[in-house]
Write a protein that binds this ligand. Structure first.
Ligand code: URA
Length: 236
């Protein structure tokens, strides 16, 4: 009850004492009563608890929020989640910079997070990047072949021209990467002397950020959507 309702154990015990907790329609009083979350029906004050071992959340991260669980100074992606999605053990699977916006996946499933983050699993992360000038063909080749920056080899990325912003004169590109190195995209563009002006993540694997989510809004990812993240056709 504590993990599924995001309440303290003390509060869970209080609910039990109050008699509002039913297990298979029988009032439950004992906090240490063993139940099978797969087969037993538990309800609290008339609301059935749908047991979930893990939770997967899509957040449209706004600027100014840090990708961490706690931070002494700034608000984190966990702080801004609505209470109904909060539970213990949540963390962001991958870090977006403070000034990067878009799709942040938050979960309490460490194994899943490892699987989507490890470059060996080839799950592509898609970003829209805005820069001040066009990328030349030679530069494009460096992105596509994989580039050396200092003594680090950045794995091949996919880079595609999207549009020119008539108002700002800036250029938008879509970039797909399978690694998550520190400031990776900013460093790639900086190495061709074309600094990143805006950066937003739009997809993880085959799952796109829900365009119905305003910056700062979050919702649970469905089981079907979760499978899209690791769909074979989105990995290479
Ligand atoms: N690359 C960056 O430089 N920053 C991000 O936030 C994500 C990818």
């Amino acid at each position: 009850m504590s993990s599924q309702l995001n309440i303290s154990r003390t509060d869970a015990k209080k609910l039990l004492r109050q008699g509002g907790v039913l297990v298979n329609s029988i009032i439950a009083k004992k906090a240490d009563a063993a139940i099978n979350p797969q087969t037993d029906k538990v309800s609290v004050n008339g609301n059935v608890i749908e047991y979930k071992k893990h939770i997967y959340i899509m957040l449209n991260k706004p600027k100014g929020i840090v990708s961490a669980t706690t931070d002494g100074r700034d608000k984190t992606v966990i702080d801004i989640l609505p209470d109904k999605l909060k539970r213990s053990g949540l963390f962001p699977a991958g870090r977006l910079d403070k000034d990067t916006t878009g799709f942040t996946l938050i979960t309490d499933d460490g194994e899943f997070a490892h699987n989507i983050l490890s470059p060996s699993h080839h799950v592509k992360k898609t970003y829209i990047v805005e820069v001040g000038r066009k990328v030349t063909e030679d530069e494009m080749k460096r992105f596509i072949d994989g580039m050396m920056i200092g003594d680090e080899l950045f794995k091949p990325a996919q880079l595609r021209f999207m549009s020119e912003n008539a108002d700002t004169g800036n250029f938008q590109y879509e970039i797909k990467i399978i690694e998550g190195r520190y400031h990776q995209i900013k460093r790639m563009f900086a190495s061709v002397s074309n600094p990143v002006l805006e950066l937003t993540r739009t997809a993880i694997g085959g799952l796109e950020l829900d365009t119905g989510l305003n910056p700062g809004e979050a919702r649970e990812i469905t089981k079907k959507e979760l499978d899209k993240i690791t769909e074979k056709k989105n990995i290479n």
